[in-house]
Design a protein around this ligand. Structure first.
Ligand code: GDP
Ligand code: GDP
Length: 454
């Protein structure tokens, strides 16, 4: 399906690949032995295609690439948790809560021959609270005789039960038709998998040295676009090699064009920054060391934080720095950039090329942190340790407890804590600090969300 890209002057710029999509995610939940694996195999046509097996002490979840009537989606089986001390009940409930967080639709599987159990009822409570589409799968209806049993599951309050036989295939096609119809075009939870060099946005206020950096980096060893197989190529991006590694600098056309708009320049600058961040994985925010750190610099840093991209700070025009200014700069950094003290810093000169190669390890570190996944078991051990050492303060005689947590996403690392009450911002910041102490996360924002169980 490749399309060739022709530039404005008719030159050949390369091929485009269809943009990577974020496939919608369907999660399967249910007690052990209700037939989840049988259903997964049925949907996959018994081709067991493991896309991603998240490692852990116990298996967290397994994702499969699935397809139905030409529509592709990711099927996630969260059923790999072993019951902990609190028993199977809690384990299945946890599984359901995690599934809700990371999917676009849920299939809740019940064994029609057994009927709803207490554990099932508990999961139903959780599922009734979500806005996401939930499909009640009445499994093991191998023939019409059991249909009335399936119909009784209306009483669970999850809408129409879908009688199926995962083992024999009965009813599965109808079920999938409806699941597919309920899925969004683009997943609200998944991120697209991008191929090719990693994508960098060069950001900074006017005259900070963005085009100088670009020219220096691109000028040294220009990469021939055609040499890069499997890359999504956009004519406004540029492939650049620094210290032996190729990167895609996004939206360089905007930097090169150097449009300096008079009216609303700020507005357009931030619009362009946002657009570049959208396409990038990591941002290099350039700061001019000859100038005071300005509100505009800080706004750009904030835009990066909001975008959830990895961050590297590049202090440019280092060749112009004298000792006085240098001492002052250090104070400024401490004051104004304390909230991003986790971002790697490089001191460069885009004009002389000084230390440009140091960008590479910083970019690599930031991206590695951004990609990090911590297995659920490990994360919970960390949380338990932290809570024991430093419990949440009592408020009005009550103490919000953290029941468990999980990392629902990476890029950037995003955690959800399931709690029995509201965790104060100060306590959440404490957890974030500890997470950084333990796992580093140098160069990446981390997101810590809370779900309160009533
Ligand atoms: P899981 O623990 O939820 O993944 O359940 P499995 O898929 O391993 O199934 C548990 C048992 O139920 C196995 O013995 C399956 O063969 C059986 N089973 C699964 N689906 C059906 C079905 O549609 N009809 C019948 N009769 N048995 C089924
Ligand atoms: P942009 O608007 O961010 O793209 O900034 P430019 O790359 O156009 O740079 C603005 C001005 O700063 C130009 O005159 C550059 O030559 C100068 N400049 C950029 N980087 C450096 C540097 O590292 N050292 C010095 N001395 N000047 C620089």
């Amino acid at each position: 399906d490749d399309l060739s890209l022709i530039g404005e002057d008719g030159e050949f710029l390369g091929f485009t690949q269809p943009e990577a999509e974020a496939l919608p995610v369907v999660a399967i939940v249910g007690r052990p032995n209700v037939g989840k694996s049988a259903l997964v195999n049925r949907i996959l046509g018994r081709r067991e295609a493991v896309v991603e097996d998240v490692p852990g002490v116990t298996r967290d979840r397994v994702s499969y690439q699935a397809e139905w009537v030409g529509k592709r989606f990711t099927l996630v089986d969260t059923g790999g948790w072993e019951p902990d001390a609190k028993g199977i009940d809690a384990s299945v409930a946890q599984q359901a809560e995690v599934a809700i967080e990371l999917c676009d639709a849920v299939m809740f599987v019940v064994d029609t021959r057994v009927g709803p159990t207490a554990t099932d009822e508990r999961v139903v409570q959780l599922l009734r609270r979500t806005d996401k589409p939930v499909f009640l799968v009445a499994n093991k209806v191998d023939d019409a005789v059991l249909e009335p049993e399936a119909a009784q599951l209306w009483s669970l309050g999850l809408g129409e039960p879908h009688p199926v036989s995962a083992l024999h295939g009965r009813g599965v096609a109808d079920l999938l038709d409806q699941v597919i119809a309920a899925l969004p075009k683009e997943s609200a939870v998944a991120q697209p998998k991008l191929a090719g060099p990693r994508r960098v946005a060069i950001l900074g206020r006017p005259n900070v040295g963005k085009s100088s950096l670009l020219n220096k980096a691109a000028g040294e060893e220009r990469v021939v676009v055609n040499d890069l197989a499997g890359t999504t190529r956009d004519p406004v991006d540029e492939q650049v090699e620094i210290a032996g590694r190729v990167w895609t600098f996004v939206d360089t056309a905007g930097i090169r064009r150097r449009v300096h708009l008079q009216k609303g320049a700020d507005f357009y600058a931030s619009l362009r920054t946002t657009a570049a961040l959208e396409k990038a994985e990591v941002a290099v925010v350039m700061i001019d060391v000859t100038q005071e750190i300005s509100d505009q610099d800080l706004r750009i840093v904030d835009l990066v934080l909001e975008s959830g991209r990895a961050l590297v700070l590049a202090f440019n025009k280092w060749d112009l720095l004298d000792d006085d200014r240098r001492r002052y700069l250090e104070r400024e950094i401490e004051q104004d950039l304390a909230h991003v003290e986790w971002a790697p810093r490089v001191n460069i000169s885009a004009r002389t090329g000084r230390h440009l190669e140091k960008l590479v390890p910083s970019l690599e570190t930031a991206l590695e942190s951004w990609d990090t996944r911590i297995p659920t078991a490990k994360f919970n051990a960390f949380v338990a340790e932290l809570v024991q050492e430093h419990p949440h303060p009592l408020r009005g005689g009550k103490q919000p407890r953290i029941l468990f947590g999980t990392q629902v996403q990476n890029r950037p690392p995003t955690f959800v804590l399931f709690t029995s009450g509201f965790l104060e911002p100060q306590y959440r910041r404490f957890i974030q600090r500890r997470l950084r102490e333990r796992y580093g996360f140098e160069g990446t924002p981390i997101v810590l969300n809370m779900r309160i169980r009533e």
